[in-house]
Design a protein around this ligand. Structure first.
Ligand SMILES: [Zn+2]
Length: 429
């Protein structure tokens, strides 16, 4: 085994950099983020790369191309975790390409592009009220207002970045879009991310890897229902304005609608009711809906259907309701050409190509703003559980996925002499 066993061992080491052992929690700009970064930078350098932290605490390694003025293929994933996390979410997407570079370097091989591996400082958004901080900075989507946001201890992101050893004022230089300030590092021509699936599709079909078609878009709604409180013993059943039974009917509609429309998933994850007494009819109920699809149209249709049906339910039950969208993001499609190149790499390993959407968000979802983007999924054991200590990956699957990724890197040909790379040659002359 060339890669798998070693990657799992490295993931075990990284799991020791945690804020609440024996659980695994590693948040952005924490001491453990620094420790994990130092460890990953060491692995990158041992593999033949130059590597360091960038001004926002992302871990960046470069394996320089074999030719001058070459473009950049970027790969990577996040170093941070949710609270009480698994060991492979994010980390696999950093460790697997490092293993690829180590192998290329051992063979003395350079690629026709510079391979850049990034361990994004934040993807999960656990510490500050922002997510995908590192990848958004690279995609030109960093919001400087985030710097004044505070964590639970009242520390601003600006302070935390500077205490970490970074430089909060330099967020602009991370922008890697074509024509952005960071021209010196070369144009990014592709972004690819390898990641544990975090679901059971590949496991159920007996496949080690799969090719992601798109990262699902999501809409989050807050539904408020107002009925009328009343005595549980005296108000006749036919005369009630029970906000909770109205909510129950609405929630079951969300479930049945998403069950009957392929590609949709809908979840009610938060709910509260008032007054909340055993002998009082519920008057005020609030709940959230998270609905996702890799098809933006079907997600929009779902939200419209929810609102229309909720209005009917509310009228029949004599309650009032409001529906507010508090988060919305469109689906991020993966590049068709890169998907085909992953398919070739998967087929070369004797595996049937399986295309699947990603229901979870990933760093890759912001990179279409920078370059064509693709993702490779790796089978997730234990019924596909993730964001949980029971998340597992076998050494055999880590081996296959890394070998597929290496095949992709070995065969990827960057677009020749783009206008901007020609300009860069001029600038250097
Ligand atoms: Zn992840």
């Amino acid at each position: 085994m060339r890669f798998g066993a070693e990657i799992l061992k490295q993931a075990d080491v990284l799991a020791t950099f945690t804020e609440d052992a024996p659980r695994l929690t590693r948040t952005y700009l924490s001491k453990q983020h620094k420790q994990a970064g130092v460890y990953l930078i060491g692995l990158m350098r041992d593999a033949g790369m130059t590597a360091d932290f960038d001004p926002l605490g992302n871990i960046v390694g470069r394996y320089e191309a074999g030719v001058p003025f070459a473009p950049v293929v970027m790969t990577g994933s996040h170093q941070d975790s949710v609270r009480n996390a698994g060991k492979y979410d994010g980390l696999f997407g950093i460790l697997s390409p490092i293993a690829c570079v180590k192998e290329l370097n051992r063979q003395g091989r350079r690629l026709p592009y510079t391979l850049e591996i990034v361990g994004f400082g934040d993807e999960e958004g656990v510490r500050f009220p922002a997510t995908l901080i590192g990848s958004k900075a690279m995609a030109g989507l960093f919001d400087p207002a985030w710097l004044d946001k505070t964590d639970a201890d009242g520390i601003t992101m600006r302070q935390a970045i500077n205490d970490f050893g970074g430089d909060a004022n330099k967020w602009r230089v991370l922008d890697r879009r074509s024509g952005a300030p960071d021209g010196e590092h070369g144009d990014v021509v592709a972004f690819v991310e390898s990641h544990i699936e975090q679901g059971p599709v590949l496991l159920n079909e007996g496949l080690a890897v799969g090719i992601v078609t798109a990262i699902a878009g999501a809409t989050r709604l807050r539904i408020s229902i107002t009925g009328l409180a009343g005595h549980a013993g005296t108000v006749p059943m036919g005369a009630r304005q029970d906000a909770l039974t109205a909510a129950a009917e609405m929630i079951l509609f969300v479930e049945s609608y998403c069950t009957n429309h392929a590609g949709l998933v809908g979840t009610v994850g938060i709910m509260s009711l008032k007054p909340g007494a055993v002998n009082v009819i519920p008057q005020d109920v609030e709940f959230t809906i998270d609905v996702r699809s890799s098809d933006d149209g079907s997600r929009v249709n779902a939200v419209n259907a929810f609102n229309e049906t909720f209005a009917v339910i509310a009228k029949r039950r004599n309650v009032a309701f409001t529906s507010n969208v508090f988060f919305s993001s469109d689906a991020a499609p993966c590049d068709a050409g890169l998907q085909r190149q992953f398919e070739a790499a998967v087929v070369a390993h004797g595996i049937a190509p399986r295309y699947l959407p990603s229901g979870a968000g990933h760093d890759a979802m912001v990179f279409p703003a920078v370059a064509p983007t693709a993702m490779l999924f790796v089978r997730c054991g234990n019924n596909g559980i993730s964001h949980h200590p029971a998340e597992t990956m076998t050494a055999e699957d880590a081996e296959i996925a890394t070998s597929v990724l290496l095949h992709f890197f070995e065969h990827y040909q960057p677009p020749q002499f783009s206008a901007s790379s020609a300009q860069r040659v001029d600038r250097h002359i």
